[in-house]
Design a protein around this ligand. Structure first.
Ligand code: HEM
Length: 253
């Protein structure tokens, strides 16, 4: 009889914890189409800022400026924002990409771009490359505290919903472009197109001069060649460049 009561108590405890966990993950504010929308019964009030051009973790610890909630992503997600230094360890913070039903697609991390040993905000950047899962339309980007000690009280996470599309036009901002500014990884803008010229550098007739354009809008350099003839590139050069187009430049008003 006594054993039965203990067994019953354990079952009831498991059910209570289960219900709490399921409800707990539902109870949050999500930024949808530029507005904070209640999911479940969050205990905190709606965040007052950050829905539209950035999204803020309810306690304000993490602010994401890219990607925006429900942004369409394919192949590469450029991640940018700022987070309290306590979310980092060795200047990195883990980021996972999951399908909307919680299966893992890829694990990665973002890197702090200034001193992370602070309790203040630290800006971060990163890229997450993934293979588009077949038939999956929605995903979740999960930012997690880099809890090096593994102590549950330091565990925290923040989710940003994204949508997948194979046909998503590849568009890049000047900020994204700036991440590709080396001889080993050189993107540049000519007009309104983005080019990955990394593989062309070694055969560029103007030699390493092209490196001056890496990571930026090189239209003026391309048209004026101040380090060379001072003349615009030839028609032939324009034709060659077409092989290296990877997408459009996102114009900022
Ligand atoms: C997709 C990008 C580019 C392509 C396909 C390209 C192609 C070429 C070609 C074919 C030439 C031989 C001359 C001509 O036909 O005009 C050339 C020369 C040259 N290019 Fe480029 N180029 C590119 C970007 C750049 C950039 C961004 C710079 C500068 C930052 C640059 C600087 C030069 C220079 C200095 C020369 C040597 C000729 C001179 O002194 O004027 N190029 N390039």
């Amino acid at each position: 009889m006594f054993k039965r009561i203990i067994f019953l108590l354990i079952v009831i405890a498991i059910i209570i914890v289960g219900v709490f966990l399921v409800r707990g993950s539902e109870d949050r504010w999500l930024c949808e189409d530029g507005q904070w929308v209640k999911h479940g019964e969050p205990s905190t009030p709606a965040p007052t800022t950050g829905c539209g051009d950035e999204i803020t973790e309810p306690e304000g610890d993490v602010v994401i400026t890219s990607p925006m909630p429900n942004e369409i992503v394919s192949e590469t997600i450029i991640i940018e924002g700022k987070a309290k230094g306590t979310w980092f360890f060795e200047a990195t913070m883990p980021v996972d990409l999951l399908t909307s039903d919680g299966s893992e697609i890829v694990q990665g991390f973002v890197e702090a771009t200034s001193d992370w040993m602070t309790e203040e905000y630290v800006p971060f950047k990163g890229e997450l490359k993934f293979v588009l899962p077949e038939g999956v339309e929605k995903g979740i980007l999960v930012f997690k505290t880099a809890n090096a000690a593994g102590l549950p009280q330091f565990d925290d996470s923040f989710e940003v919903p994204v949508r997948f599309s194979e046909d998503a036009p590849m568009s890049y901002s000047l900020d994204e472009l700036a991440l590709h500014n080396t001889e080993q990884d050189c993107w540049l803008v000519l007009g309104d197109k983005v080019y990955d010229v990394t593989k062309f550098i070694s055969s560029h007739p103007g030699g390493k001069a092209i490196l001056e354009g890496c990571g930026k809008d090189a239209t003026e350099l391309f048209e004026t060649r101040p380090m060379g003839s001072g003349a615009p590139h030839s028609e032939n050069a324009r034709k060659i460049s077409e092989d290296y187009i990877i997408g459009d430049l996102i114009k900022v008003e």
